[in-house]
Design a protein around this ligand. Structure first.
Ligand code: CU
Length: 231
């Protein structure tokens, strides 16, 4: 077996580390003896994480406390969107998106004050002053930004679902800029909405929707503000 003198090994590890230790902030991903190139690559590949904790809305209609979490993790050019929902109206498809303002000011989840017509229900149109408008769908092809025709997840008989979709960050950023006045994604200025009650749910005619889409499809059942939680 060929042996390497200890002095050579020491030089191999120590020299590049010594050259970079002074000006490189510590990275949790770096291995002992990692070179400057390795460290900077590890930093640029670090995760950026955004989370929206979803709280229930329109519980008088659903009779449920729909909760969940939406998570956005970027790593390199991949943005992985995941949404986990519990206690949603079971057995039906749930539209889900982030909403926001075209001028990028921070969107918030609607409060009770959003119920402008006082019918006890906050419909999609009533969310707009606080939450902005529908932007990116969490469907089969988010980059297509085709809100009305995407395939959305369906809740189980127990009212749960999990959605997970890796998308191209460059692709989504470009599609977003094209559709939304050349704006950036600015995830931490957006809110996530989960929509949808049973098609049989009786809603008063005062409950508004978008175009000719039934209000049962667009009615918000959960909302959460997106926050950046780490890198
Ligand atoms: Cu929406």
């Amino acid at each position: 077996m060929k042996t390497i003198p200890t002095a050579s090994l020491f030089a191999l590890f120590f020299v590049p580390l010594a050259a970079t230790a002074a000006d490189t902030p510590p990275a949790h991903t770096d291995a002992p003896g990692a070179s400057a190139t390795q460290i900077s690559r590890a930093n640029s590949q670090s995760n950026t994480v955004y989370i929206a904790r979803l709280h229930s809305m329109n519980t008088k209609v659903t009779g449920l406390q729909t909760v969940g979490e939406a998570k956005f993790v970027t790593r390199g050019n991949t943005l992985t969107i995941s949404v986990e929902v519990k206690a949603a109206p079971p057995g039906i498809t749930h539209w889900q998106h982030f909403h926001g303002f075209k001028d990028n000011h921070a969107a918030t989840c609607p409060t009770e004050a959003a119920d402008m017509n006082g019918d006890g229900i906050i419909d999609l149109i009533e969310t707009e002053p606080m939450s902005g408008t529908t932007m990116v769908p969490f469907d089969d092809v988010p980059v297509a930004m085709d809100v009305a025709h995407g395939a959305y997840p369906k809740a189980s008989a127990a009212g749960t679902y999990m959605y997970r979709k890796p998308v191209s960050l460059k692709g989504l950023t470009a599609a977003f800029a094209k559709v939304i006045d050349d704006r950036k994604l600015d995830l931490d200025h957006r809110v996530v909405f989960i929509h949808g009650v049973s098609p049989d749910a009786k809603l008063p005619p005062s409950v508004a929707s978008l175009g000719d889409i039934p209000a049962q499809i667009t009615l918000p059942i959960a909302c959460g503000e997106i926050e950046r939680v780490g890198r």
